[in-house]
Design a protein. Structure first.
Length: 765
């Protein structure tokens, strides 16, 4: 069998001598005869003209390519058309080998593979024969595009394949075209275009000398197309090998393989599937990775298709976005690490509900697939390319983005980018406006709002216009529902695209009669105004106010002080206007009263020790009492004994400190003694004019009678202290001797004792 395989694209490669390759596109080193790309072995003159473009395959029979038929410039990396990689800008010419080479050096007469990455419409890798019909003649082997056709020429026939217009070609951006062929093999001349395969015409290319070129030879297919990388093998690659090389090109240059109708798997150099073909997400596929066997370290990426919107960066935490993939200093932890994503090609307007209606997201969303060891990655987009209301990255394990399985990550801004750092797990992501958040403030039914409370939906985030629907009776459609009776309610908040989110709230009935515990502190003494009332609320809503005996003077302290005894009514009200009242009394002790009773003087006949005593009648106040007598504390005694003759002050203090005092006197009572004189001179000279009995002790006169010598009563008296003035019936009696009789009672401590005295008295004139 005779086979041919060809590729075209871009990245640096590390080679070993004698054709043993440490790195090769897709890790396919066997038969690699040409590997040119604009980022390796280049020299740029001051005029920005590419002068060399080294073959990374280091075939000793090939020298560096040189310009032919027009200037070729090296253009710095941009996201498009080659996903942050350098490329050649052709000027109606090509880059070609300066010498002729045998066809065995690049592809054989019977088999080979070619692949390349470049822009439409005319991009070619050419093997041209030196024949009389010209450089291109009929003896050419080329692969590339013309319009929407891939071509491969061999022998006298142009082999190639047509692809449906508009389904594959990335007009103005990069495309991958390739060929794997073996003359006489079936299928012969398998042409590929961005992963789509078609069978071309098989023919035998005659032996001879050929030139290798990238671009268009003079006089044939002039164009200004751009080329990034070209690869040739001198054998037909297996399907697995071809897919590995094709995946290398696709990941590096941000070119999507296949279509939703024909999904294509992406393979690593180890033949592992790093992006499983998925009809739903076979659009704008790109990724970042480390694949050592391919020499591929893609640190930032964006699909080159016109509809691509999203960049992916290897970390770049903090919003620092390098201008070149080569200048991105981040590293991958391990070989064979990939993060790939593709989208569903849907609208990028905000018109889809997510997170149970909390978010209005774009219909387009992305599937992300992780392989190997990759940390967090940065997702970014140019702010002007997507709706200005986008503020949030939504990440979920479910492509419907349910709230329970979705994380909302706020976007940050750096220059022209909006971005967020997200985990690189296998997941889905999209963009939304700030997710809606709804809280409800409730003003419950209160004594001030007895006709109904109010509920206010507080909305943050979301996308205008926003509407409200309360399930009140009747329904209310403003943010605040009023006159709402007690019960459970739901507000439905609807934002743009009809995304609805519900929140519940409870209206409580707080209409109550306030109750409180009243505690009184009584007045300490009778007549005092030092009582108080303390109020402790048992229900209601703080803060509370209080009023005493009226509803005019309200205070916020819960104690009334300086109160006298009496009945009081306490009024209460809370912050909701609910009221209550109760009564309580402040008491006072009876007035403190002090009386002395059974006071007994100090009697002489009882002996030489003091024997006065008195009983105290003490009422009112609050027991126990404390008593001092003439300043000395005698405790609570209410009977005092063994008192000597003195004046006493009795001070009483009760348990509340109330005071009263009084005084009394104890007299010394001598023994009873009566003295009756035996003469007196009633001559009105103020001296000894009265005859009477002189006494000591407690003597009570019963009667005193004076007789003449005839036994006639001259004078008499029953009154204590009266005496005879020497007259009878108002007339002075004659001088002479008269006789007396006295009867008195001695008030002895042991009882009264009657005594009689008889004798004579002489009237002297």
């Amino acid at each position: 069998m005779n086979r041919i395989s060809i590729f075209f694209a871009a990245f640096a490669g590390l080679c070993l001598n004698n054709g043993a390759f440490a790195q090769a596109p897709g890790g396919v080193a066997l038969g690699l005869t040409a590997w040119y790309h604009a980022e390796a072995g280049t020299t740029v003159s001051p005029a920005n003209v590419l002068t060399t473009w080294a073959n990374q395959a280091t075939n000793p029979n090939l020298t560096n390519l040189t310009p032919d038929g027009g200037a070729t410039t090296l253009v710095n990396n941009n996201p498009v058309p080659f996903n942050f990689h350098s490329y050649l800008q052709h000027a109606a010419g090509c880059m070609r080998l300066a010498n002729s080479v045998t066809n065995t050096d690049v592809v054989t007469t019977t088999q080979g593979s070619m692949m390349g990455a470049g822009t439409a419409p005319d991009q070619l890798i050419c093997l041209t024969g030196n024949s009389t019909s010209g450089q291109f003649g009929n003896n050419r082997a080329n692969t590339g595009t013309r319009g929407n056709r891939t071509e491969f020429g061999s022998g006298t026939t142009n082999g190639g394949a047509n692809f449906a217009a508009g389904t594959v070609l990335n007009t103005g951006n990069a495309n991958i075209f390739g060929l794997r062929a073996m003359v006489g093999a079936a299928p012969a001349h398998q042409n590929t275009y961005n992963g789509i395969k078609a069978t071309g015409v098989a023919a035998t290319r005659p032996a001879g000398s050929y030139r290798f070129a990238i671009g268009s030879f003079t006089g044939y297919f002039y164009g200004t197309n751009k080329s990034a990388e070209a690869v040739c093998h001198n054998r037909q690659l297996t399907s697995d090998e071809f897919s590995r090389v094709e995946s290398y090109f696709a990941i590096k240059y941000g070119i999507s393989l296949g279509t939703p109708a024909v999904p294509v798997d992406y393979l690593s150099s180890a033949s592992a599937i790093v992006w499983p073909g998925d009809a739903a997400y076979q659009n704008n596929i790109t990724g970042i990775c480390r694949d050592d066997a391919s020499g591929l370290i893609q640190k930032q990426s964006r699909a080159v298709t016109a509809k691509s919107k999203v960049f992916i960066f290897n970390d770049n935490t903090g919003g620092i976005f390098p201008a070149m993939n080569a200048d991105n200093t981040t590293t991958f932890a391990a070989d064979q690490s990939f993060v790939m994503f593709g989208d569903n090609n849907a609208d990028t307007l905000l018109n889809v509900c997510a997170m149970n209606g909390r978010a209005v997201r774009m219909d387009r969303h992305w599937k992300m697939v992780k392989t190997g060891t990759v940390g967090d990655v940065t997702i970014a987009f140019t702010a002007t390319e997507l709706p200005a209301d986008i503020t949030t990255l939504l990440v979920s394990t479910n492509n419907t983005f349910p709230e329970a399985a979705t994380t909302a990550i706020p976007l940050q801004t750096s220059g022209t980018y909006k971005y967020a750092v997200m985990p690189s797990d296998n997941t889905f992501f999209t963009f939304s406006a700030t997710p809606l958040d709804v809280s409800v403030d409730v003003v419950n039914l209160t004594c001030q709002a007895a006709n109904g409370g109010s509920m206010t939906a507080n909305v943050t985030g979301g996308l205008a216009p926003i509407s409200y629907q309360w399930n009140t009776t009747p329904p209310q459609t403003t943010a605040t529902a009023t006159n709402v009776p007690a019960g459970n309610y739901t507000v439905t908040v609807t934002q743009a695209a009809g995304c609805a989110y519900t929140q519940t709230a409870t209206m409580a009935n707080e209409i109550i009669d306030l109750m409180a515990t009243l505690t009184a502190t009584n007045a300490r003494c009778n007549g005092d105004n030092n009582g108080s009332i303390t109020v402790v609320n048992t229900n209601g809503t703080p803060a509370f106010s209080y009023s005493l005996n009226n509803q005019t003077n309200w205070v916020t302290t819960n104690q009334f002080q300086n109160l006298s005894a009496g009945l009081y009514r306490v009024y209460l009200k809370d912050i909701n206007g609910c009221t209550g009242d109760d009564t309580i009394s402040i008491n006072e002790p009876d007035r403190l009263s002090l009386q002395f009773k059974n006071l007994i003087d100090d009697y002489c006949e009882l002996g030489s020790n003091p024997n006065g005593n008195v009983e105290i009648l003490l009422t009112g106040g609050t027991i126990p009492y404390n008593v001092t007598l003439n300043g000395s504390n005698i405790g609570p005694s209410l009977k005092l004994t063994n008192l000597k003759e003195d004046h006493y002050t009795y001070d009483v203090t009760d348990a509340n400190g109330c005071k009263i005092n009084d005084s009394f006197s104890i007299e010394h009572v001598p023994c009873c003694f009566a003295f009756v004189p035996n003469a007196f001179t009633p001559n009105m000279d103020g001296r000894n004019d009265i005859f009477k009995m002189e006494t000591t002790g407690r003597i009570l006169l019963n009667k005193m009678i004076v007789y003449n010598r005839y036994g006639q009563i001259v004078w008499g008296s029953f009154n204590q202290g009266e005496g005879w003035d020497g007259t009878q019936n108002g007339k002075p009696v004659d001088a002479g001797t008269y006789f007396y009789y006295i009867k008195y009672t001695c008030a002895s401590f042991n009882g009264p004792k009657e005594t009689e005295l008889k004798g004579d008295i002489t009237v002297v004139r």
